[in-house]
Design a protein. Structure first.
Length: 256
């Protein structure tokens, strides 16, 4: 354990964190502006014309989904770009030839990316507070989901960074796979308003469980069992992290 989290791990983790902390205009400002627009348009303008959902103002109801969207997009983007950029410019070879274990390398990339996703999530909550009071009914559940969800997508980002053959592939993964899944994951609507067939199909979308988990943390409102959701997401996260370590050991996408 001490070797996994030793000096080398902490150095790589620090480098990955500083990579996005030193460029706040590129990492934190865009999601902040985007979510100001989301809250202004969907929350204020359209929200005044939409009835309450499950007893909550529309702007409050959509906030958890926007938090999830921002957190997973930034966590995935950070780790996938870092891995791919290191491959593209071949400086990742310095990390691979270091005395760090493969698990240490993977965890450093994942934790740094998850931290970025978590920070963006907090920023979105802060923006939401400018528009409306935000309840906090189940803080322990919220904390658990907000730790697991960015970590899962940071781990998926490592896979994406290893699979990508050019920068366009990273954009496709984030913009045309992750975001549509989130938008169809009950961010802007309740599952209860869907016809039975579409509600059943929605339950095949993993984003539904993430959005509902965070929504339960904020509002205490659930459409899916949060304990089951958290257990499944935690297990999935462990599997993807193990896959990342395996791919690094195999040198997949890292060694020509």
């Amino acid at each position: 354990m001490s070797s996994t989290f030793g000096v080398g791990f902490r150095s790589l983790l620090k480098r990955e964190i500083l990579r996005f902390v030193r460029r706040p205009k590129n990492t934190f400002l865009p999601p902040a502006i985007t979510n100001v627009l989301y809250f202004a348009v969907f929350g204020v303008v359209l929200g005044q014309r939409i009835d309450d959902i499950a007893g909550f103002d529309y702007i409050v109801f959509i906030l958890p989904g926007l938090v999830v969207l921002g957190a997973i997009s930034n966590a995935f983007e950070n780790s996938s770009f870092s891995i791919f950029h290191g491959r593209w410019n071949e400086y990742i070879h310095e990390t691979l030839t270091s005395p760090l274990s493969y698990s240490s390398m993977v965890l450093a990339y994942i934790l740094a990316a998850a931290l970025r996703g978590l920070v963006v999530g907090v920023i979105i909550v802060a923006i939401g507070l400018l528009f409306t009071p935000v309840p906090l009914e189940e803080p322990l559940f919220l904390a658990a989901f907000m730790l697991v969800i960015p970590t899962l997508f940071a781990a998926l980002g490592v896979v994406g960074g290893l699979l990508a053959e050019d920068f366009d592939h990273l954009t496709v993964m984030n913009q045309f796979i992750l975001r549509p899944l989130v938008f169809f994951g009950a961010v802007f609507y309740s599952l209860d308003i869907l016809p039975p067939l579409y509600r059943t199909l929605s339950l095949l979308n993993p984003m539904v469980y993430m959005v509902n988990g965070v929504r339960y943390g904020f509002l205490g409102f659930q459409e899916v069992d949060p304990i089951l959701s958290l257990g499944v997401l935690s297990g999935l996260t462990a599997c993807v992290v193990a896959l990342d370590v395996y791919l690094f050991k195999r040198g997949y996408g890292l060694i020509d």
